[in-house]
Design a protein around this ligand. Structure first.
Ligand code: ATP
Length: 241
């Protein structure tokens, strides 16, 4: 049932205080897991470890029970299975058009152009932005940019999709659209892990919640159980939903 695990992760940025301090986390296959915690708790740092961008000072990340190896080729294949969508979509959109941006990852895999085109079409459709394929990213609204950045990750067909603050900066309408698109991905078998400091979003949308405080998970489990634990919420400096 567990697809991705972090075991005893420690990490500190150069010259900084520990960002991860012996962190343990289990991600269950096919679920929507909210990593819930206040600003600066280490949520983004955790995502960067889960997809292999950062290497822990100690501890391990495992997928299907196998530990991540830190060679270049192994990291690349890990990142194909564990996609990451950054908080700011401008960090992931560079090309002339949305379709070109979304094709960038699959082209890098060396896939045939026809296979890439099919993947791009499927990813754009799953995010309901097929009509934006030929638009330059800078002409999109913020919500459309978010969905284009997610489509780029989806085109890599990850087993697990990590999303850093997916609803940040979106109005309620944009949030509903985005969550509907993410639900379709989850129903298609993609495991979702997202960071947020929005207790109500975790309450209304997540299946599982990991409460995060100062580099550690203070409690994790099914959303309704974890979010009913007011003591654990207080430890993470959060108010009940
Ligand atoms: P937020 O919700 O504000 O994004 P977060 O929970 O995602 O916060 P992180 O961004 O992972 O937290 O940061 C954890 C700690 O590491 C913070 O104290 C932060 O200041 C520090 N930190 C993050 N990135 C860097 C960096 N590149 N260099 C040095 N310190 C960093």
């Amino acid at each position: 049932m567990v697809i991705l695990e972090a075991c005893g992760l420690h990490y500190a940025y150069p010259g900084g205080a520990p960002a991860l301090a012996g962190l343990d986390l289990a991600v269950r296959r096919g679920r929507r897991l909210a990593i819930l915690g206040p600003n600066g708790a280490g949520k983004t740092t955790l995502l960067l470890h889960l997809n292999g961008t950062l290497e822990p000072k100690s501890g391990q990340v495992r997928i299907d029970g196998a530990a991540m190896a830190h060679g270049r080729a192994q990291r690349a294949s890990w990142r194909r299975r564990v996609g990451l969508v950054l908080q700011d979509p401008d960090d992931q959109l560079f090309a002339g058009t949305v379709a070109e941006d979304v094709s960038f990852g699959p082209l890098n895999l060396g896939l045939d152009e026809s296979v890439v085109a099919a993947r791009v079409a499927e990813a754009l459709e799953s995010l309901r932005i097929a009509d934006l394929a030929d638009r330059p990213p800078h002409m999109l609204s913020f919500g459309q940019k978010k969905r284009a950045a997610i489509a780029g990750a989806v085109a890599m067909r990850p087993d697990i999709l990590l999303l850093d603050e997916p609803s940040a900066g979106l109005d309620p309408f944009g949030t509903v659209h985005l969550l509907a698109a993410l639900d379709r991905l989850c129903q298609g078998g993609t495991t979702l892990v997202f960071t947020t400091h929005d207790v109500d979003l975790a309450w209304s949308w997540a299946d599982d919640v990991a409460l995060f405080a100062t580099g550690q998970v203070v409690r994790q489990g099914e959303a309704e159980t974890v979010l009913a634990d007011h003591q654990a919420l207080a430890a993470a400096h959060l108010k009940p939903p």
